[in-house]
Write a protein that binds this ligand. Structure first.
Ligand SMILES: Cc1ncc(COP(=O)(O)O)c(C=O)c1O
Length: 503
């Protein structure tokens, strides 16, 4: 075993936390439950030990924002494991990571080239940084009703048309596991002196298996946020922010990170990142090989169910324009043939077979295979879907195609201006032609249907109404029948805004 592998056996923060608790300190600091002595239903109903490790910031456990000892060492181990130069432990998920990246890497009015099918945290990153988006269109698969990656040629065209852009943003991979050609996009962006920012909320496993798509750090991207909690065994909410190369000012990243995060980071989240990194370094390859075998088995048996089609590796060649690579541990299951929407199947299989899928969309459901998945789980998924198929296949009529799904609106002012402008509430039905001042999204997947600064269209209203009707979860600031729009009577058009409207 090489030196770096030996080092990776260490879990400096986790060990320091355990040492602290076993030393049975007399706590006169926060939190007030005093290492679990004040018992609540959380301890009674879950486990008496649950609060023992919920310490705050005692001597010896370092400071997340000015790490010098055990957190610094744990972050350095994580950076090495992921072939990055620096790592920060985000206790506010990849959402916090993305906000940190936008605030630290982009200034007000900097342009960034990005797909429109980004997670809401990216739109919020645009709002808090003031950066101006140059949207590139993802390839849409109308049969599946999902947005895939952006073609490399479309990224390059946008870079050529906007040579002043400071950054290029790539989702690696999409929620459904679809990747763009990150390596080529990064080379092209670097040639033009642009930085490459990635969203790896769904890509943590790429760091621990060569059989999965390329990770941001191995593609030489500059900075990324990685949800270690989604795919690699950390506790929910725990992510890495990774950076590489001289284009990123790491101290600025740390500054923004400290500004946006709680001064009371939960030590269990930090410890879980330390432990997950170690486990994935040692057992990740084997665990992910097993995930891929289970995924292959799942495709084989699920594809025998009438009305069900699971996307496999052939999708990469069929849809090569928007599918450079694919993470096959994610099962994209088309349920169109059942005459049901994905939402229906998502709810039905939970109610009837106690199976919790990752999400239901219009035509697909998504099942994720992780290091904890077993063959029994896959067999249960087969039984659950077969039951629905027996009930519905050839009995229900196929669902009509929804043309307006994924038709994004035109952006007329940058998101920050759209968000900051004086606004008023109007009835959703009467809002066509108005400029939105809020973000509306279906969750999951959390991709905004409209963002501040975009024009409201009849297609958008139909889409929102469709989600309400079919029981999708719609998240918006205002109440269901209303939408917050720019109040044009009170809106003072600055020269900057007039310029941006012209562009
Ligand atoms: C594409 C994408 N990016 C970012 C995020 C945010 O990640 P987190 O939940 O770790 O904050 C999500 C969450 O689902 C996501 O789907």
């Amino acid at each position: 075993m090489s030196k770096i592998d030996e080092e990776q056996k260490k879990t400096p923060f986790l060990d320091a936390l355990c040492d602290y608790v076993t030393s049975s300190p007399i706590p006169f600091d926060v939190p007030g439950h005093k290492l679990g002595s004040f018992v609540t239903d959380l301890s009674r109903k879950i486990s008496p030990e649950i609060l023992d490790y919920d310490a705050n910031a005692p001597i010896g456990l370092d400071n997340l924002y000015h790490s010098k000892t055990v957190i610094k060492e744990a972050e350095q181990l994580a950076a090495k494991a992921c072939q990055a130069e620096h790592c920060l432990f985000s206790v506010n998920g990849t959402t916090g990571g993305i906000l940190t990246i936008f605030l630290s890497c982009l200034d007000n009015k900097d342009k960034i080239i990005l797909p429109r099918n980004v997670h809401k945290s990216v739109i919020n990153g645009l709002i808090i940084s003031g950066a101006v988006p140059v949207f590139v269109s993802p390839q849409i698969d109308e049969q599946l009703g999902i947005a895939n990656a952006v073609k490399t040629s479309d990224y390059i065209k946008a870079m050529d048309e906007h040579p002043e852009a400071k950054a290029v943003f790539v989702i690696n991979p999409t929620y459904f596991g679809i990747c763009a050609d990150l390596k080529t996009i990064t080379i092209e962006a670097h040639k033009r002196n642009m930085i490459v920012i990635c969203d790896e909320a769904h890509g943590s496993n790429f760091y621990f298996s060569r059989k999965l798509p390329r990770s941001a750090m191995t593609a030489e991207a500059d900075i990324t946020a990685v949800s270690m909690h989604k795919g690699s065994g950390a506790l929910t909410q725990a992510s890495f922010i990774l950076t590489k190369g001289s284009k990123i000012n790491f101290y600025e990243v740390k500054r923004a990170f400290a500004m946006l995060s709680s001064t009371s980071p939960n030590p269990l989240l930090i410890a879980s990142l330390d432990a997950a990194r170690k486990e994935m370094v040692y057992r990740g390859k084997e665990a992910l090989d097993n995930c891929l075998l289970l995924a292959e088995y799942a495709r084989k048996i699920l594809n025998t169910i009438p009305g069900i089609k699971v996307i496999g590796k052939e999708y990469k060649t069929e849809k090569s324009e928007g599918v450079y690579d694919i993470d096959l541990t994610k099962l994209i299951i088309s349920v169109r043939g059942l005459g049901l929407y994905g939402y229906d199947v998502y709810k039905k299989i939970r109610a009837e077979s106690n199976i919790q899928l990752e999400l239901g969309e219009v035509y697909v459901v998504l099942a994720l295979i992780g290091p904890g998945t077993t063959k029994e789980h896959i067999d249960a998924l087969y039984v659950g879907l077969k039951k629905i198929s027996d009930e519905c296949y050839m009995i229900r009529r196929p669902k009509k195609s929804i043309k307006y799904h994924y038709s994004f609106s035109q952006s007329v002012v940058p998101p920050r201006e759209g968000y900051d402008a004086p606004s008023k509430l109007v009835n959703l039905k009467e809002s066509i032609g108005e400029i939105s001042s809020e973000t509306v999204m279906a969750y999951p997947p959390g991709i905004p249907l409209i963002i501040p600064g975009e024009i409201i269209t009849s297609e958008l209203i139909k889409t929102i109404e469709f989600y309400y009707r079919e029981g999708g979860q719609v998240l918006k600031d205002s109440q269901q029948s209303k939408i917050k729009v720019i109040d044009k009577d009170k809106w003072y058009l600055t020269d900057d805004l007039i310029d941006s409207l012209k562009n």
